[in-house]
Design a protein around this ligand. Structure first.
Ligand SMILES: Nc1nc2c(ncn2[C@@H]2O[C@H](COP(=O)(O)OP(=O)(O)OP(=O)(O)O)[C@@H](O)[C@H]2O)c(=O)[nH]1
Ligand SMILES: [Mg+2]
Length: 405
């Protein structure tokens, strides 16, 4: 080739140095289409070989320059296998349940059975745990095999292990706004449940939860209260939770309401199930829209967050033509409530009514129901209300929730 060039250009010819780009431009001027075809073929041949070094098609790796986007990514990091599944129960708030002691565990299990999967059963012994529950829900606190109604020992064991329980709540319940602590008053473990308060409320603060720790405790039966240890344990628990939002379940009332309806063996399971369903219904209704009047999640949070005692009850009125419908609804809810009768004025009062289409469109029924709202409203500083229309109900259903007592 060189000799041929000398022939054409003379011996002193020095070839002009051209950059790759200039060569490409020259070739493009002579063969306008060919250059693009060649380029494409060249790229394909590189890809076929799997050669990824060429910066022409594979821009340089950005290295770890952009690894921060992973940290801000919506996709959760690898899920912790100990984390309990999200609650399948429809609920207006994000919440978890912690049963402490034998009775507390059985009450918590009733919520678990309704689809509140984020439930833990904390106890000092494995012996009085409800059967048929997945191990992942149990938290066995080390240091004692039951505390035999000794609340001092119960407080010592729970106090020494509060970080252990907090860790179980963090890894298994995870991020929730509200924690319901359930305990049977009178025993040594459940009555000591407030020892966990510092850790549990600190945990909620650490995850910037919008809610609080709410206690649901049982009052021993009249017979049990005759025993000085049981009675003392219960009083201590009551005093511990008095500054927090709490619900007291009166076992005597509850069992009296059930006597004659269920056998002894089924008393507590039935009572626990009914109570859990009552609370679950309020949590669910607060998530539902109503064309008439909605009790929303903010209203619910206001009620749950009010310090002091809460009273919850429900009733069904089959004859909605009665003139005293208002008082019937209010009194009925309190009479059949599993909670001790309220005394004094409530800070918050909630009345939820569930009526069918016929009741809701009857002007006379609507007028009478207004008096029900004034009954509750007159006994509380702030009234919250909701009216829901559902078919197939046995009568007008009313649920009352008084708070801050
Ligand atoms: N509502 C309800 N109350 C219960 C149930 N089981 C027990 N209780 C009540 O709870 C009280 C305390 O009993 P437990 O919860 O078994 O006691 P504990 O907290 O395990 O305490 P220790 O056994 O002394 O460590 C009992 O006296 C009952 O009044 C239940 O399933 N439902
Ligand atoms: Mg026990």
């Amino acid at each position: 080739m060189a000799s041929a060039t000398w022939v054409l250009m003379g011996k002193n010819y020095t070839p002009r140095k051209m950059s790759e780009k200039q060569v490409e431009e020259h070739l493009r001027a002579v063969f306008p289409d060919l250059i693009d075809e060649l380029k494409e073929e060249y790229i394909m041949s590189i890809n076929d070989d799997g050669n990824k070094d060429d910066t022409y098609i594979n821009p340089p790796d950005a290295g770890d320059d952009f690894d921060f986007v992973m940290a801000y990514d919506d996709d959760p990091a690898e899920a912790d296998e100990r984390l309990l599944a999200a609650n399948s129960a429809t609920c207006a708030i994000s919440c978890g349940f912690i049963g402490v002691g034998g009775g507390g565990g059985k009450l918590a299990k009733a919520f678990l059975d309704l689809g509140f999967t984020k439930t833990l059963l904390v106890n000092t012994t494995e012996k009085d745990q409800p059967g048929g529950t997945d191990q992942n829900h149990f938290v066995l606190v080390p240091g004692a095999d039951g505390v035999g109604k000794d609340i001092v020992l119960g407080k010592k064991v729970l106090g020494e292990n509060s970080a252990f329980v907090e860790d179980a709540v963090r890894t298994r319940i995870g991020n929730v706004d509200w924690l319901f602590v359930l305990a049977g008053g009178g025993g040594g473990t459940g009555s000591a449940c407030h020892e966990l308060h510092g850790s549990l409320s600190r945990y909620l603060t650490s995850i910037e939860a919008a809610g609080k720790v709410v206690y649901i405790i049982t009052k021993p039966t009249a017979q049990e209260m005759l025993n000085p240890t049981i009675s003392k344990n219960y009083s201590a628990l009551l005093e511990d939770v008095s500054g927090c939002p709490h619900i007291i379940i009166d076992n005597e009332r509850q069992l009296q309401l059930l006597r004659g309806k269920v056998g002894m063996l089924n008393m507590f399971p039935s009572a626990n199930r009914n109570f859990a369903k009552l609370i679950a219904q309020v949590l669910k209704l607060a998530s539902e829209h109503s064309e008439i009047q909605t009790f929303d999640s903010k209203d619910l949070e206001k009620c749950l967050g009010t310090e002091g005692r809460m009273v919850i009850g429900s009733t069904v009125v089959r004859d909605v033509t009665r003139n005293d419908l208002g008082s019937l609804v209010y009194q009925g809810c309190l009479r059949s409530s599993p909670c001790p009768t309220p005394s004094g004025r409530a800070k918050t009062g909630t009345l939820l009514l569930i009526a069918d289409g016929a009741m809701a469109s009857d002007p006379d029924v609507s007028r009478r129901l207004e008096s029900a709202f004034s009954y509750v409203g007159g006994r509380a500083d702030t009234l919250f209300s909701g009216v829901y229309v559902k078919e197939g109900i046995p009568g007008l259903i009313a649920i009352t929730l008084l708070g801050g007592l």
